[in-house]
Design a protein around this ligand. Sequence first.
Ligand SMILES: *[C@@H]1O[C@H](CO)[C@@H](O)[C@H](O)[C@H]1NC(C)=O
Ligand SMILES: *[C@@H]1O[C@H](CO)[C@@H](O)[C@H](O)[C@H]1NC(C)=O
Ligand SMILES: *[C@@H]1O[C@H](CO)[C@@H](O)[C@H](O)[C@H]1NC(C)=O
Length: 692
Amino acid sequence: MWLKDLLAGLAIFSSLVVAESTFSPARPPSIPLAVKAPYLNSWLDAGSDGGNGGYLAGEWPVFWQQQVTGWAGLIRVDGTPYTWMGAPGGGAALVDQTDFSYTSTRSTFVMNVGGKVEMNITFLSPVTPTDLKRQSLVFSYLDVAVTSLDGASHDVQLYADCSAEWASGDLSAIIEWDHNSADGVAYHQFSRQDQVEISETNQLPNWGTWYWSTSDADGLTYQSGADVDVRGAFIGTGALPNTKDTNFRAVNDNWPVFGFAHDLGSVGGNTVSTLFSIGLTQDNAIQLLGESSNLTTYPSLWKSYFGSDLEAMTFFYNDYSEASSLATALDNKVATDSVAAAGQNYLTITSLSVRQAFGALQFTGTDADPLVFLKEISSNSDIQTVDVIFPTMPLILYSNPAILNYMLKPLFLNQENGHYPKTSAIHDLGTFPLAKGYPDGSDEPQPLEECGNMLIMVLAYAQRTGDNAYLATHYNILKQWAGYLVDEALIPADQISTDDFAGSLANQTNLAIKGIIGLRAMADIAGVTGHADDAASYFATATNYIAQWQGYGINHAANPPHTTLSYNEPDSYGLLYNLYANSLLGFGSAFVPQSVYDMQSAFYPTVALKYGVPLDTRHTYTKSDWELWAAAVASPDTRDLFVNLIAEWINVTPTNMALTDLYDCETGDYPGISFTARPVVGGHFALLALPQ
Ligand SMILES: *[C@@H]1O[C@H](CO)[C@@H](O)[C@H](O)[C@H]1NC(C)=O
Ligand SMILES: *[C@@H]1O[C@H](CO)[C@@H](O)[C@H](O)[C@H]1NC(C)=O
Ligand SMILES: *[C@@H]1O[C@H](CO)[C@@H](O)[C@H](O)[C@H]1NC(C)=O
């Protein structure tokens, strides 16, 4: 071993032992870095299952599926090199991380560099639900502020690079690249040589161009080349040679990286900030079997606002000040509303969920006619899964209900144009990014689940926007799905629910109440669209069913009484999370008696385990989204119990990937299945989506 490496090893060891970072409001299982869209989804794993505890220096950032997204940061202070991001090696000791904090849109690390300077490193992934122009851009910021720590002035150079790993799920794919500048922005661009639209390898796209950018300022140098060469040049000299490697090659062939170095000069009491951005441009985004007998190709929504990749990229880079203000406004709104609803522990949960939920959405179409596609990340990459949109819905309703319309639109286009043979609602539209539907009806069978979900979602949207014309437009198919519920909701056949991993079961109490609330929703849909006879009929059926449901689904003799997991299994129980829909739609105790709410509030605490209330009696695992749906309609004490258990679990869970919604209530770990980065964490906003 070279002495240099030995010393680096010792430095890494000592910094791991010495560095004690604080984490606020929690140390999440994985820290969002650049999380903006299904393909721009980079995280720093923290939990003990595979992460390093949440330290930016010393571990590579990873895509949600755990492939490395090579992203290295180095700094030289008075000639001494340090690593502040990633694990580039090369003899640069790790900086000491002193603090980490997160908000809805930002992850911020504070670093002590050799006792001489402090770095404030902020990853900002903008979320602008009511500003589609900005939301459409698949880009994220990295802002690095450096200031003196000891009062003295120091000679500082700052370096950061991206590797070609961002651009391909196949490490043997050939990558090509270039360097240039435009509109005051210096950039490296890199992409797969073999571009194949609307296709993925290992969840990463086989098409599009990546841009890694910084300010074209005095003192900037750049280089593309092998990782050891580029990083070595900076470590050795504090600058790069302004050269381009012309040997286009595979991602893993002498690992091409794209580096920038800024000479910050003498840094004293003043703070010197440097901005970087990373992002992806794709002209076309999705194909859908919708309006015609063939697939329709939808452009990325940003194409509606920008004439070219470069226009989009430079707009984003130069928009930092406005983007930052908008991000602060969203951070503050989520903070104020969450704390008011259920305290700081609730904010710990909600603020971790925003980027993850929006990061599963792909904005397409045009400004006049947007379509938003959802990727069911990690559970199987289905596109537009209805029972994934459903749990995600509270955050969408809270932040901009119009987006729910844009998400449901592809489902209506497919089914109303005759591409689905069943009378019940479809489960999903295929595998992201190809929404080719199921003309043969071979989708995962969750007919009761999805009919109920669709009726509840369209009414929730229309109530919040006043868009009753929307209900009229889709009336025929909504009535078709309501007909299915009239036949099937009260005595559910043996089938799976959205919790398909828990198995199939007949007479599921929670599934039945969803279908019945769906019928109650249809009564209102019929009413506001001028179908008075239908309204009366659905209202009568729903009212009749909910009375019978109380006879079938409640164990009144238990102490305390509770709803069951399934009819005729009196000792079984589960989270009655679909009761939430009754409150979301404002039906309240006029439809489901208050006694049902009170009963569940009194019951849940009696079956709580260390980190939560189990989903049902079949397993000790639970789902955080459904827990918070149950919490949102529980008494304040029971609501706080759920919130406090989940916030505590987030802080201590050994899970190491982007926040899982499925976890074991006793160990806090994955229950054998690992979910990660799923948009259903939007369901954590359940308390904030209820009508005021
Ligand atoms: C770090 O920078 C962010 C963004 O500018 C700012 O909000 C935060 O207060 C800074 N934190 C520290 C510890 O300097
Ligand atoms: C649909 O696609 C098929 C096969 O690619 C093609 O032959 C046909 O012309 C297309 N039809 C229309 C209406 O575009
Ligand atoms: C479902 O519940 C109903 C009502 O109690 C009962 O008649 C039926 O046999 C049950 N079905 C199954 C498969 O257990």
